[in-house]
Design a protein around this ligand. Structure first.
Ligand SMILES: *[C@@H]1O[C@H](CO)[C@@H](O)[C@H](O)[C@H]1NC(C)=O
Ligand SMILES: *[C@@H]1O[C@H](CO)[C@@H](O)[C@H](O)[C@H]1NC(C)=O
Ligand SMILES: *[C@@H]1O[C@H](CO)[C@@H](O)[C@H](O)[C@H]1NC(C)=O
Ligand SMILES: *[C@@H]1O[C@H](CO)[C@@H](O)[C@H](O)[C@H]1NC(C)=O
Length: 357
């Protein structure tokens, strides 16, 4: 198949599967149905089938001390605690999430997972909320330090995708932080439902408890144009690093008006930019917030690459949005206040992130 024929095929798949995802016949098992005990059950690659339309998987899933450096192609990720989590970001510098969604690799806050490390100072404010059924981490990041182009509004990574093979392809997620794990930090459970928005110098990650309730609604993946503001309502603030308890949010899209409950679905991109959403998402109640200094949380991180990048958090802070709580300095008013994307792309990846505070 020529490159252009391949991309047409992909576009056709994407157009159909924005509504109904369709498995690739060459690899019909959805990523969410691929379950591996940590660590011994994990294969070298979860998604190795070269006959599949997308791919093959660019990295690997067995990650250890020999794979741990800033060129790591590890695609096994973790969300444990505020000092120990990973984000999905591109393997090559100056990439957009939209162009590389199938290839993202794990970037973690601490050594020990066989991955790349988020450089010191890149994280500029993080809020972790632990609810009965999920863990949500949202915050601000100098995204150029994790290979995301400065101007990229980014998009959503999740274990679904048009062909159900995940973005990134074969990306696995584990956690030791759910109650069903019995508080044992050395025992990891695979997280089946998760979502991660990256871009606009911000991020949000939600991982649903594999033994919890309502996972599919709480870690919904069909609102990829609505950004963190709707998918992970939060109170993240620049310069603040905190862990809170919280209630579960209302499932994305579900809202109450005049005493009646309705469900909103994002329109297909063919209908153009989203200009209105019939409700404003607000963070669920939270309590017991404990704040930390970033230097106490994030140790063992490499210094940023690039001669002028060393100003880290404070340098980036001053150039990022200062007039409101939004994450992106480049976003425009209407879109930003709603957290609604204006872009077009293969899977509707462009988004603007509005952190409500
Ligand atoms: C470390 O990871 C690499 C890459 O996945 C793998 O080839 C190697 O076997 C692993 N080593 C151990 C001791 O597990
Ligand atoms: C990172 O580790 C891999 C696997 O051990 C190795 O091939 C590569 O040269 C290392 N890269 C750097 C920049 O250290
Ligand atoms: C990133 O890529 C864009 C588009 O290709 C280019 O214009 C820009 O100069 C690049 N920036 C860096 C820092 O390499
Ligand atoms: C697990 O890790 C967290 C955060 O790193 C720590 O606060 C907690 O004490 C650890 N639990 C155990 C049982 O070691």
């Amino acid at each position: 198949m020529s490159p252009s024929a391949l991309s047409s095929a992909l576009l056709a798949v994407a157009a159909i599967t924005l509504v109904h995802a369709q498995p690739d016949p060459a690899d019909p098992t959805p990523l969410v149905d691929k379950h591996y005990a940590y660590p011994s059950g994990i294969p070298y690659q979860v998604d190795y089938n070269t006959a599949a339309l997308r791919g093959p998987q660019v990295g690997y899933n067995i990650c250890n001390s020999t794979t741990e450096n800033q060129s790591s192609m590890c695609q096994t990720s973790f969300v444990n605690h505020i000092d120990d989590f990973c984000l999905w970001a591109p393997p090559q510098p100056n990439s957009t999430i939209g162009d590389t969604e199938g290839q993202e690799v794990a970037w973690c806050t601490k050594p020990g997972h066989g991955t790349r490390l988020i450089p010191a100072g890149a994280l500029q404010g993080v809020q972790l909320i632990k609810t009965p059924n999920y863990i949500q981490i949202a915050g601000f990041i100098d995204q150029t330090q994790i290979n995301i182009a400065a101007s990229d509004y980014g998009g959503e990574l999740d274990p679904h995708g048009a062909d159900l093979r995940g973005n990134p392809l074969g990306g696995l997620m584990y956690s030791n932080a759910f109650p069903s794990n019995g508080g044992n930090n050395d025992s990891y459970q695979q997280v089946i439902d998760w979502t991660n928005f990256m871009g606009g110098n911000g991020f949000c990650m939600k991982v649903c408890d594999p033994a919890g309730q309502n996972q599919q609604a709480l870690c919904q993946n069909i609102y990829d144009r609505l950004g963190c503001a709707y998918n992970a309502p939060n109170n993240a603030q620049k310069g603040v690093f905190e862990v809170c308890d919280g209630d579960d949010m209302s499932p994305v899209g579900v809202y109450t008006t005049g005493g009646a409950t309705s469900t909103y679905f994002q329109p297909p991109e063919s209908l153009g930019p989203i200009t209105t959403v019939p409700y404003t998402a607000t963070p669920a109640p939270s309590s017991n917030c404990v704040t930390y200094s970033s230097t106490s949380l994030y140790t063992g991180q490499p210094t940023p690459s690039g001669a002028t990048a060393s100003s880290g958090a404070s340098g980036a802070k001053s150039t990022a949005s200062s007039t409101n709580s939004g994450a992106s300095p480049a976003k425009t008013g209407g879109a930003a206040t709603m957290g609604v994307s204006l872009g077009a792309g293969l899977v509707g990846v462009v988004f603007a992130m509005a952190f409500l505070s």
